[in-house]
Design a protein around this ligand. Structure first.
Ligand SMILES: [Fe+2]
Length: 307
């Protein structure tokens, strides 16, 4: 019997001005609704995945960040936060951390039956450049996953799935802004993880489930986004219950729910075929030339599970 850990999730609060597809002025009232949800559901932890504000200017951002921090600190459960790109335009990570009363760095939280890895990979987004890991980000993740001795929930601001952005208001035409430049290396690190792994992220402002190499990736809709629920804001937050299964239920105007295996044996998909000109070796086995796919291929097809 697996212990069950209950995590309330919220992301992309975007407290700030009303924008064409973000109802920033509704952020604080919607946070009150989230506070009632946390009181009622009494989770072990609240996980807040970043983009607390829509950046405008240093003083405005500081005031709005403090207002969100006050709301988060008043919640009835402990809170773990990540920084998103909008949190870091005018306020450094250290100032985010000081306002939130949390260290804004990579962390491992020991929860019943699982490890929560809060991977604070560099979330700064510069014009004409997508997301790029900082020195040491990937090495930390690789070492932490390799040492994991129980199922892992891996939390980031930017999704790690490399999912298609078809239909996404922000990213269909610029999908490079919805993933890290180092996506192949990240994918390879996740594929080598020795224990069951579930990834959860914000940033892309929609609810989604993506399966890559047998690993499930969830994203949660933004609290104040309107592109999927116009003219109302989505008002989205979620409860993630993790035991033998993972149950993800999103509340608000953009509901979503799914249940997945979590703590059972780690399944691994066979590696994809290579290019059409170099797909099969003489024995019919996939032959893959280079890069991430080759790295994924080195993982044994079947490995003992951990529970
Ligand atoms: Fe966002």
């Amino acid at each position: 019997m697996h212990p069950t850990t209950r995590i309330a999730l919220i992301t992309d609060i975007h407290h700030g001005p009303d924008l064409p597809t973000k109802r920033g002025s509704a952020a604080l009232p919607l946070l009150e609704r989230f506070a009632a949800f946390v009181r009622a559901s009494a989770p072990d932890l609240v996980l807040e995945l970043g983009d607390r504000i829509s950046d405008e200017a240093p003083d405005l951002d500081r005031r709005r960040m403090a207002e969100v921090a006050d709301a988060l600190r008043a919640l009835a459960s402990p809170v773990a936060s990540l920084c998103g790109n909008h949190d870091l335009v005018y306020l450094p990570a250290e100032e985010n951390g000081a306002l939130l009363g949390q260290p804004m760095r990579h962390r491992i939280l020991d929860l019943p039956g699982l490890l929560l890895i809060v991977w604070q990979a560099d979330a700064r987004l510069a014009p004409n450049r997508g997301f790029a890991l900082a020195e040491g980000d990937l090495a930390w993740l690789e070492a932490t996953l390799a040492a994991a001795d129980r199922p892992v929930l891996l939390a980031t601001h930017v999704p790690l799935s490399g999912q298609a952005q078809t239909g996404n208001y922000y990213f269909e035409r610029q999908p490079e802004l919805a993933r890290y430049d180092e996506q192949p290396a990240i994918r390879s690190a996740l594929a080598r993880c020795p224990v069951p792994l579930l990834c959860v992220a914000g940033h892309v402002h929609w609810n989604s489930l993506t399966l890559v190499d047998g690993i499930a990736h969830l994203t949660l809709q933004s609290l104040t986004e309107t592109f999927t629920t116009a003219p109302a804001p989505a008002g989205a937050f979620a409860l993630l219950e993790l035991g033998g299964e993972a149950s993800f239920r999103v509340e608000g105007n953009d509901p979503f729910a799914c249940t997945l295996p979590f703590a059972g044996p780690r399944r691994r998909w066979l590696p994809p075929l290579g290019s059409t000109t170099d797909a099969l070796g003489p024995d019919g086995a996939a032959r893959v030339a280079s890069g991430a796919v080759a790295a994924v291929q080195q993982v044994p097809a079947i490995a003992p599970g951990s529970s």
